[in-house]
Design a binder for this molecule. Sequence first.
Ligand code: HEM
Length: 173
Amino acid sequence: MKGTIVKSLEELVITKFGKDKWEKSLEDAGLERSTIFLPVGDVDDSQVLKVIEAVCKNLNISLAQAADAFGDYWVNVYSQKLYGLYYTKNKTAKDFFLDLDNIHLKMTKTMANAKPPRFDYEWKDDKTLIMHYKSHRGLIDFLVGLAKGVGKFYKEDIKVTKLGPTKIQINFP
Ligand code: HEM
């Protein structure tokens, strides 16, 4: 997975919980405490999962709680600095979600080794969107957390529910 994801997790853990918690998590995941992640670099998927697991253990939180905190931080802080245009060009959460497959495809086109998640869209009714998640990584809890972060960014009271390992439901008000 691209280093930008781990970099964001690092920033979140260090600013909210301190450098020691981050370095301890790296250590527990079998990495050097001083490991540096570059946004365009590559990190083994299994390594990323180990770091996430170690963060959960060291902060004493569940995977779903970590995913919610990550989703909020990625959408509302980290990606605003690097990828803000994708948010300003979409005026509503709905428009943004419908652009998400395209965003991932486009932005990783020129990145070597990127395997972005892909999304299919299914409308159950005009206020209920099912997003089908296509990725070999199985990070559905992160999809839920990220989607909640999008609702917060657009100040919309959406409800996000996990329907299974490959789909979430988004209810728009
Ligand atoms: C402008 C905002 C965003 C950008 C630029 C972006 C870009 C990226 C990039 C570069 C990766 C790593 C891909 C790889 O290593 O192959 C990634 C992973 C991911 N993105 Fe985004 N993303 C954005 C917002 C979102 C949002 C809002 C969601 C969900 C609602 C989302 C869902 C995911 C998930 C679940 C992954 C983990 C990889 C996987 O499951 O396979 N992203 N994204």
